[in-house]
Design a protein around this ligand. Structure first.
Ligand code: ADP
Length: 501
């Protein structure tokens, strides 16, 4: 339990089980629950997207608030869902910010690969509504927000509004802000001519503020104005201070270096548990893995592959250049010459989708493909796969490899960011010590990936060596327990004005 229970307001643009496009949703769904289990009182703010109604959860009305916008005040309906946190009686309140024209749409940020043209208006509104929620909580509920935990560019403007437009408002005094960077490749960049839509004074559209080579950069605004900045692994925290990985914001971050730290993500070990996972056709654990074989056979059937005992490789990812799946696509002909099967689940760049589709048609007995987003299938693939392939060019933390560890699908990952921090590579030493949990690919090259995959497939034939690798992975602690305590320490010291760790 925490020494100092706080009132925490989390602001995120997606969270399971309500809305998800990637790992941010997993984190924003799990971290509030972990902080609540530690004794904090947590409210999570989300936009009221259309998919919230399809999430199987129900909401009740809380209040209507007026949100200032450049076009005048706009009313938002705040609705609430409550999620129990653990067995200790804790809970998280989820407050959805309503605005039909902005959020009642098929997508979160885009449709058919095209960003919504009014994303700046949508997320400015969301952040200004968050400020009104803080004021409402204080004046009506006597609930003083101690700290605002902001996630990514969509929530960044909260820090800016708090320190500028709302600076003199008595109801929001003393609120601390932490911004967590889940991926600096996505910054919320908009044409400079749109700056006035934020409602901020022109004096903030400078290199010291939100201006970025003539454009508006929301993530930069968050980095400048938040009290503290975190990212999701220690290695990525070092990498984004360099021009290679900082996507142009390395200088801004270096200015905040004394208020910046990496805290590794965990996973929700209840939602992702091979012993109880409702999506799996059979269950298993580190000590009794018989069920994994059944999951593999079911997966082979699902993809119409022969039920062979060859290693089953898997990919689950957004099909973007970041994930390095063009490398996988390049080596498929060589991979297919080995005795193995491959299943791919992903959606994203139409060109890459088309290339995978052509290859699957060429190798229907060895390769399975599903283009689209399918949460249940993602679980079944983790359950059935022997090897999980994740050759990301950069990876802030990565969650899929953590699910793979837990589900006994040995991860083969690029040695970068959180992948380097979470997968212990097989070397003479780690093998002897029984610590190895997967394989690292050193270079961003197709041949390097192929060579490591060949090693992995060869080792698969050595049953006892492979079993040790699987077992060590499954027994790795990938839960939130340790990281939630790190957030707790950071938040408490920021709020209490003590030494920040
Ligand atoms: P990122 O956040 O960059 O997409 P992560 O590895 O951190 O990468 O998280 C990805 C999450 O999204 C995982 O939970 C993974 O299972 C899920 N995911 C990615 N693509 C798909 C898909 N096509 N269908 C279902 N789940 C997916």
């Amino acid at each position: 339990m925490t020494q100092h229970p706080l009132h925490l307001l989390m602001v995120a643009s997606e969270a399971v089980p309500y809305a998800k496009t990637g790992g941010l949703a997993d984190v924003a769904g799990a971290l509030p629950l972990e902080l609540a289990k530690l004794g904090h009182d947590v409210i999570l703010l989300l936009p009221r997207y259309r998919c919230l109604s399809e999430s199987g959860r129900s909401f009740r009305s809380v209040c209507r608030l007026l949100v200032p916008t450049p076009q005048g005040p706009v009313e938002t309906l705040i609705e609430e869902d409550v999620i129990p946190a653990g067995s200790g009686g804790g809970q998280v309140r989820v407050w959805a910010i309503g605005h039909e024209a902005f959020f009642d749409r098929p997508g979160l940020y885009q449709e058919q690969g095209l960003d919504y043209p009014d994303n700046l208006d949508r997320f400015s509104f969301f952040c200004r509504a968050a400020i009104e929620v803080i004021a409402y909580l204080k004046t009506v509920c006597q609930w003083n927000t101690h700290l605002l935990h902001l996630h990514d560019w969509q929530a960044s403007l909260c820090a800016v509004y708090l320190k500028t437009l709302a600076r003199d408002r008595q109801e929001v005094q003393g609120v601390r802000t932490v911004l967590t960077l889940h991926n600096v490749g996505y910054q919320g960049i908009f044409p400079g001519a749109q700056f006035e839509r934020t409602g901020l004074p022109p004096s903030l559209f400078t290199p010291a503020g939100l201006e970025y080579y003539g454009s508006v950069n929301l993530l930069k605004g968050g980095m400048v104005f938040a009290d503290y900045v975190t990212t999701v692994s220690q290695t990525y925290a070092r990498e984004i201070l360099t021009p290679e990985c900082g996507f142009g914001l390395e200088g801004v971050l270096r200015n905040r270096a004394d208020r910046f730290v990496g805290i590794l993500n965990g996973i929700d070990v209840d939602r992702w548990n091979p012993a109880t996972d409702p999506y799996l056709p059979a269950h298993y654990s580190a000590d009794d893995r018989a069920g994994k074989q059944l999951c593999k056979q079911a997966l082979q059937r699902e993809f119409q592959l022969p039920e062979a005992t060859v290693p089953l490789l898997a990919v689950i990812a957004r099909l973007t250049p970041q994930k390095g799946l063009d490398l996988v696509e390049t080596i498929i002909p060589q991979l297919m010459a080995l005795d193995l099967q491959l299943v791919v689940l992903g959606a994203g760049e139409p060109e890459l989708e088309a290339k995978f589709t052509v290859l699957q048609k060429r190798y229907p007995r060895r390769m399975g493909l599903r283009i689209g987003f399918d949460e249940g299938l993602a679980h079944r693939i983790e359950g059935g796969a022997d090897i999980f392939v994740m050759p990301s060019r950069y990876e802030p933390c990565g969650l899929s490899q953590l699910y793979s560890l837990r589900y006994g699908a040995v991860p083969v990952v690029r040695k970068t960011g959180g992948l380097a921090d979470t997968v212990v590579p097989l070397t003479g030493q780690t093998r002897q010590a029984g610590r190895a949990t997967g394989f690292h690919v050193e270079e961003d090259r197709a041949e390097a990936l192929l060579s490591v995959l060949r090693q992995a497939v060869a080792l698969y034939q050595d049953r006892s060596a492979w079993d040790r690798l699987v077992e060590a992975g499954m027994k790795t602690d990938v839960s939130w327990a340790r990281s939630a305590k790190e957030y707790d320490r950071l938040f408490v010291s920021l709020v209490r004005g003590g030494q920040v760790p």
